[in-house]
Structure formats: structure tokens, C-alpha cells
Design a binder for this molecule. Structure first.
Ligand code: PGA
Length: 251
């Protein structure tokens, strides 16, 4: 694996201030795994408190608006995330694409605004079950990359791709290691088309039902540079088991 593995928790719409105790436990555990980069994307309301709490994890947003400011009731800008202490933001999660109708172009605009605000960006892509069943998975993901990846000059150095098959998110089902390997190789190839030589350095995470039991196998797959973890990131115990599996897979 070319980079230190990156394990990112996506708390989605879960967590009030009571969850900060869990965040502190994650922080303490992460500090014991210096070989793994650990991130958590809590709800917006917890970002500032978590960012103040410690240095062993990088805190991120789950989304941002494509504009810096303005009359966009209910939205949060990348500049605000940065100001609250975030180091990165996720964009284009399949739940945003499906429930908020976000297009590839909208995702790309958000990613470019986030980079301009000084954040790193995790761009999510992934096929639905019907698309996989009809043999379209790689074509769908390639088209999402073409449409969603930011094209700023320095983008490749600060961007991460998260491959998350929609049918694997929150379902307990995961693709085979061979299918993950094939998709990550296809993504690597497409990143070369998009970024040229710089595409080789872009980290590619796997996401979708990663847990303590399957993390080691998934993280050992060629070109899997870490994981984006939903449900299993909500407790320090299960999330830190995944962090620890990433520490092992490095060697
Ligand atoms: P999950 O979610 O780990 O609960 O499947 C992953 C994600 O949506 O990022």
C-alpha cells in the first residue's frame, strides 16, 4: 500500500454531545496507532467540539455547499467547515446522491469549493445492485469519476476516492475481495486518465458494511488504501478494531 492507511468514520445523522465521550475514546485509541490515519465525520453540530478535543484524529464534514456563502437556508459551506476545525469533507455520498438528487456536476462543484477552502475531499462513487447485476458497475463508476472528480491543479494531492457499492451500504453485504480488487484497479486506471501521473497517488478507500470481522480481508486487497465506515464507526470499540486491522495490514 503506497500510503499510510486512512480509516474514516461517517457518523451520518447520529450523535448528540453525549457521543463526544465516544469520540474521545476513538481519539485515545487512534493515538496508539500512529501508522494509521484516522478520521471521523460527525454531524456538523459536533465538528468544533471534536476538533478542539485532540490531534490524533482528523475531523471532517459529511457534505458541503458548492457556494462559499449566501442565501442557502439549512446548508453549510466548506469555509464554515474549515473554520470549525474540519480537515476534510466527504462529498457525493450515495445517500446525498439518492435522497438529495445530487448530480456528478454538483458533487464536482462541491469538491472544488472544498479544496479552495483548504479542505481535503473524499469523493464517493459506487454502483447500485441493478447496475452490478447488469454488468455495468465499472462503467457507472468510471462515469461518476469523470463527472465528479475536482479538476483543480493541486486536486490529486488532496483528494481521496471512496468506492462504496450502494447495495453494500448498511446491509451487511460486501463484495468479494476479487470484485473489490477489480473495481479498485479500474478506478486507479480512470484516475490516471483524469489526473495523469498524479492519479497514481490518489488514495482509494473501500466503504460499505466494513466491520471488525471483515476489515482485515478488505484492507489487504491491492489498492485499498483504507475504509469509509458507517455503522461500525459509532462505537469506539468496533471502530478501533477496524483501525487496528488497518495497522496490521500495513506490514
Ligand atoms: P456502512 O456505511 O458502513 O454502515 O455500510 C458506509 C457509508 O455509508 O459510508
Amino acid at each position: 500500500m503506497p500510503h499510510r492507511p486512512f480509516i474514516v468514520g461517517n457518523w451520518k445523522m447520529n450523535g448528540t454531545r453525549a457521543q463526544l465521550a465516544e469520540a474521545r475514546a476513538i481519539e485515545r485509541g487512534a493515538a496508539r496507532h500512529a501508522g494509521v490515519r484516522v478520521g471521523v465525520a460527525p454531524p456538523f453540530t459536533l465538528i468544533a467540539a471534536m476538533a478542539e478535543d485532540g490531534q490524533a484524529i482528523v475531523v471532517g464534514g459529511q457534505d458541503c455547499h458548492a457556494e462559499e456563502r449566501g442565501a442557502f437556508t439549512g446548508d453549510v459551506s466548506a469555509v464554515m467547515l474549515k473554520d470549525a476545525g474540519a480537515g476534510f469533507t466527504i462529498v457525493g455520498h450515495s445517500e446525498r446522491r439518492a435522497m438529495h438528487g445530487e448530480s456528478d456536476a454538483a458533487v464536482k462543484a462541491k469538491a472544488e469549493t472544498a479544496l479552495a477552502a483548504g479542505l481535503e475531499v473524499i469523493v464517493c462513487v459506487g454502483e447500485t445492485e441493478a447496475q452490478r447485476d447488469s454488468g455495468q458497475a465499472e462503467a457507472v463508476v468510471s462515469a461518476q469519476l469523470d463527472g465528479s472528480m475536482p479538476r483543480d491543479e493541486s486536486a490529486a494531492g488532496r483528494v481521496t476516492v471512496a468506492y462504496e457499492p450502494v447495495w453494500a451500504i448498511g446491509t451487511g453485504r460486501v463484495p468479494s475481495a476479487a470484485d473489490v480488487a477489480a473495481m479498485h484497479a479500474a478506478i486507479r486506471g480512470r484516475l490516471g486518465v483524469i489526473y495523469g501521473e498524479d492519479g497514481a497517488a490518489v488514495r482509494i478507500l473501500y466503504g460499505g458494511s466494513v466491520n471488525a470481522g471483515n476489515a482485515a480481508e478488505l484492507l489487504a486487497v491491492t489498492d485499498v488504501g483504507g475504509a469509509l465506515v458507517g455503522g461500525a464507526s459509532l462505537t469506539a470499540d468496533s471502530f478501533l478494531s477496524i483501525v487496528s486491522a488497518a495497522g496490521t495490514s500495513e506490514e
